[in-house]
Design a protein. Structure first.
Length: 425
């Protein structure tokens, strides 16, 4: 098939009639399918069910340093949980504080504390400064963007590249003292699946920032979510930042949410010892301690990083097949000149770019056919995709036969929207 841009009007109309007839057959099926959120399905969650059998007899309710995990106390996590996160993520134990089940909550708490009290290097609480700004890598994670938007920051878009954010633009923006931070999902980014190159990590770690209290929110949510034994590698941001005297710049987050149970995992934050000391001052007022029994269950179940890796390779068998089905459907668009998409080696998402001005139409066609996608614009600040081209595809939740149906319809909808635009030109 030639590129659609090379077809005559008559050829486009003929192609449209053929594709529309196929699309209408699926539409008549009155489907209810969902590709909107990056959630594991029940089969994936079942793999972690043995963890729940780690309910402890009394003598096994104590951490290795003798803490009764049924009781109050221990703000920063039991030592074995810190050690497990350290092994899995390659982060020093002394940098780690363990929280509840949600890393997103830890991120919000971190920013809220900065607003109320400032961070190391702040002259005053951030809420007492005017015109604060935050860098958002796009397309990116909608919940990150909403968080900083709701806290009153002006959101500055920076394009994602195959090697991470456009660092030339980032380095220019941070020369403004009003720019206080940047959101980063450094490995298998949401939604592109791109992993930051070593050069990108180094430039983030060493760049000159006008704000002395600039912070990198390093959300390493997909650190171990490889789709095979040969996944992407990510440079240690702490080691690089320390080389340039910028260790306090990093606020690092991760969790077991998509390793075990999203609603009942264990989250962590990592930061310099100086940052942690300041944070603990406020944390002791906020809570008397997180769920240590859940930490104990996770460490008893996994034990070490090798066990986590083995577990993740089992999950990869499920998720990898879902990605393959999706990419096979998208491959029917190759050579038509109407779409581009990422082919990540891990994570939870595929980023699809259609012809400029067509994403909302694709979304509408999918909705009419009974398939829910992530809202158009969600991957950009303020929910506005300036080119109306990006769609985030989340293939992990539906059953495989449902993914096949949904992505087949998606490929048809992309074609229909493209032809409609070309015919209207």
């Amino acid at each position: 098939m030639r590129k659609y841009t090379e077809l005559t009007k008559a050829e486009l109309e003929k192609e449209y009639s053929k594709i529309k007839a196929e699309y209408d057959k699926y539409k008549a099926m009155e489907l209810k399918l969902d590709l909107s959120r990056g959630k594991p399905n029940s089969d994936q969650l079942d793999i972690s069910l043995p963890l729940l059998s780690e309910a402890r007899p009394r003598e096994k309710c104590f951490s290795e340093n003798g803490v009764d995990c049924r009781n109050y106390g221990v703000l920063d996590g039991i030592p074995e949980m810190k050690r497990l996160f350290s092994e899995v993520l390659g982060v020093k134990e002394e940098y780690i504080a363990v929280g509840g089940n949600s890393s997103l909550q830890l991120m919000y708490d971190t920013l809220a504390r900065a607003m109320l009290f400032g961070v190391l290097g702040s002259e005053k609480p951030w809420c007492r400064e005017e015109g604060l700004k935050w860098i958002c890598v796009t397309p990116g994670y909608d919940r990150h963007f909403k968080m900083t938007e709701y806290l009153g920051f002006e959101l500055l878009s920076v394009p994602m590249t195959p090697t991470g954010p456009d660092m030339d633009l980032v380095e220019k923006l941070v020369l403004d003292p009003k720019v206080k931070g940047i959101w980063c999902v450094p490995k298998y980014s949401n939604p592109t699946g791109n992993t930051y190159s070593d050069e990108t990590v180094r430039r983030l770690a060493k760049m000159k920032c006008a704000a002395p209290d600039f912070r990198i929110m390093w959300d390493n949510a997909y650190a171990v979510h490889d789709l095979g034994e040969e996944g992407d590698s990510l440079l240690d941001i702490f080691a690089e930042a320390e080389k340039y005297g910028n260790l306090d710049r990093i606020f690092y987050f991760s969790s077991t949410s998509k390793i075990t149970f999203p609603g009942a995992g264990v989250a962590m934050m990592a930061a310099s010892p100086a940052n942690l000391k300041q944070i603990e001052t406020y944390l002791g007022v906020q809570t008397i301690g997180y769920d240590k029994l859940n930490q104990l269950r996770h460490t008893a179940y996994f034990g070490n990083a090798a066990a986590v890796h083995k577990h993740m390779m089992r999950l990869a068998e499920f998720i990898g097949e879902k990605f393959k089905i999706t990419l096979d459907s998208l491959s029917t668009l190759e050579g038509l000149g109407i779409a581009e998409w990422t082919k990540p080696r891990g994570g939870y998402f595929i980023s699809l770019n259609v012809l400029d001005g067509c994403a909302r139409r694709v979304y509408q066609l999918m909705k009419e056919a009974g398939v829910t996608l992530t809202s158009v614009g969600a991957t950009f600040p303020y929910g506005i995709d300036p080119r109306d081209e990006n769609l985030r595809i989340a293939p992990t939740y539906p059953a495989n036969d449902e993914i096949k149906l949904a992505t087949t319809i998606l490929a048809l909808a992309v074609r229909l929207a493209a032809i409609e635009k070309l015919l209207a030109a």
